[in-house]
Design a protein around this ligand. Structure first.
Ligand SMILES: CC(C)(COP(=O)(O)OP(=O)(O)OC[C@H]1O[C@@H](n2cnc3c(N)ncnc32)[C@H](O)[C@@H]1OP(=O)(O)O)[C@@H](O)C(=O)NCCC(=O)NCCS
Length: 175
């Protein structure tokens, strides 16, 4: 059975190796998630160290999915810090290693991220994702609303332009 865990800052640093492997696998698999190819697991170290600091500051929730005892997936919620957006969060870096896809881990991670958002009293999540890629269809299946498309917003890891679809979802703050 897969398990979903929320990591604190120390646990994030302890899981650095696995998190770097998941990120590098997704980038090398062609996902537009902020990085260019070639991308090695070591290239991800500064990124995950930054995530650990954001977790320590209470600005980010980090969840991981474990399958057969190994971390193979992850997602983050970044809390908007502007005083006029105390109710909003950004859903970021939904990543599942290619060898663990199709097992329902992304759905479990997204459900955990929504619950965590609600538990922190936040009621709106937003995300952006590469237009026309598999993840775009997944968000609609999970009840997210499509807000629109921005053409040529980013690049794929191989340098091609990549349009971005914006989504949002209202979540219900925990009672
Ligand atoms: C997108 C990604 C996270 C999906 O992970 P996953 O664990 O394989 O997804 P799941 O198995 O939980 O599937 C979730 C739902 O999407 C559906 N789905 C999965 N892959 C799909 C695909 N390629 N096309 C359409 N639907 C798909 C599943 O059927 C499932 O729906 P259901 O629960 O109603 O049956 C994974 O492919 C990935 O890491 N991609 C690269 C990184 C990326 O693009 N991340 C998004 C950044 S915004």
């Amino acid at each position: 059975m897969p398990t979903i865990r929320q990591l604190d800052a120390e646990e994030t640093l302890a899981a650095l190796h696995a998190l770097c492997a998941v990120l590098a696998d997704c980038v090398e698999g062609g996902a537009s998630v902020g990085f260019m190819s070639p991308f090695t697991p070591e290239d991800g170290i500064p990124f995950w160290q930054g995530v650990a600091e954001a977790v320590r500051r209470g600005e980010t929730l980090l969840f991981v999915a474990e399958h057969e005892g190994e971390i193979v997936g992850t997602v983050q919620v970044g809390f908007a810090t502007k005083p006029n957006q105390p109710h909003r969060g950004d859903l970021m870096k939904l990543l599942v290693h290619r060898r663990a896809r199709g097992l329902g881990l992304a759905r479990l991670l997204m459900e955990a991220a929504e619950r965590g958002t609600a538990q922190h009293g936040r009621s709106l999540l937003v995300l952006d994702t590469a237009t026309g890629e598999p993840a775009e269809a997944i968000y609609e299946r999970l009840g997210w609303e499509r807000a629109g498309v921005i053409p040529d917003y980013a690049l794929f890891p191989d340098g091609r332009y990549c349009s971005t679809t914006l989504f949002y979802k209202r979540v219900h703050p925990a009672l």
